[in-house]
Design a protein around this ligand. Sequence first.
Ligand code: PMV
Length: 325
Amino acid sequence: MTHKQAKAVAHANIAFIKYWGQRDPALNLPATPSISMNLDSFQTAMTVSFDSNIVADEMVINGDRDLGAAALPRVSAQLERVRARAGVTWKATVISRTNIPSGAGIASSAAAFAALTVAAAAALGLNLSEAELSALARRGSGSACRSVPAGFVEWVAGAGDDTSVAKSVAPPDHWALCDCVAIVSREAKAVGSQRGHELAPTSPLHGARVARALDRVSACRQAIAERNLAMLGQAMEQDAVTLHAIAMTSTPPVYYWIPATLGVIRAVQAWRAEGLPVYYTVDAGPNVHCLCEEPDALEVTRRLAALPGVLEVRTARPGGAARVV
Ligand code: PMV
């Protein structure tokens, strides 16, 4: 009998310049590069136990077997990739513990697939570099490749499977940024990001966004290096709104925003005009991530919490790399 087990922890990440649309859907190769920050307070721990005696993969999420069963097809497909690398066929039991509220609009798949990949590779004794782990995590969920390295992370689009990887551009302590997430809906989104990636090329705006992607990525990279929030914010807001314009002009169209989303955006613009430096971004959902520097985090959180339609505000600081624990 063989039994091999490892546990890993990974953080969710928020993209400043986002991944939307794919060059190769089978390999999750992105149409554009992207840049993100790991979120320290949103994390997932995965324990993966390979066992020669069990006949099928199994998964439990926060003690819930039904949630685990629903996630199993994608998880099994990812385990299969790790097994293929190691040349083994043992099935696995996967125990996931996460504090990322499901349906709260904080991408949980990035943390999940980063932790799963790192734990499974460690359990099978694979000695993979950070870039190899990032490429492998990308196959599970594109944005998961950015939760493998620490802090502020760039995913270079790359030419193929081995080169489409994420790497750290600055460690977590480089810049005391805070992501204040205004949660305006806890409903699971109707259109998942995989479908969104497929629909992107049907929008007449997709080509324009792809054409300017390198400019936004270099502005963002420079803004991080110089800790320039205004420069980061300008690139980040334009990138997010362009993504949503593409979604709204896809065939069929996808509206992720609800009225409260726009309410938060307009409030952020007004606060900025009054001198409070805060900038927004919105993932494939209605909730608004508001980025500011640490000294302003309390004030931004207080103001967000008082807005109509805001159910809750969660905060996160720059997080570390995915790691075996
Ligand atoms: O990794 P996916 O396939 O769930 O796509 C992520 C899409 C966005 O969160 C909207 C953007 C991003 O870069 O994280």
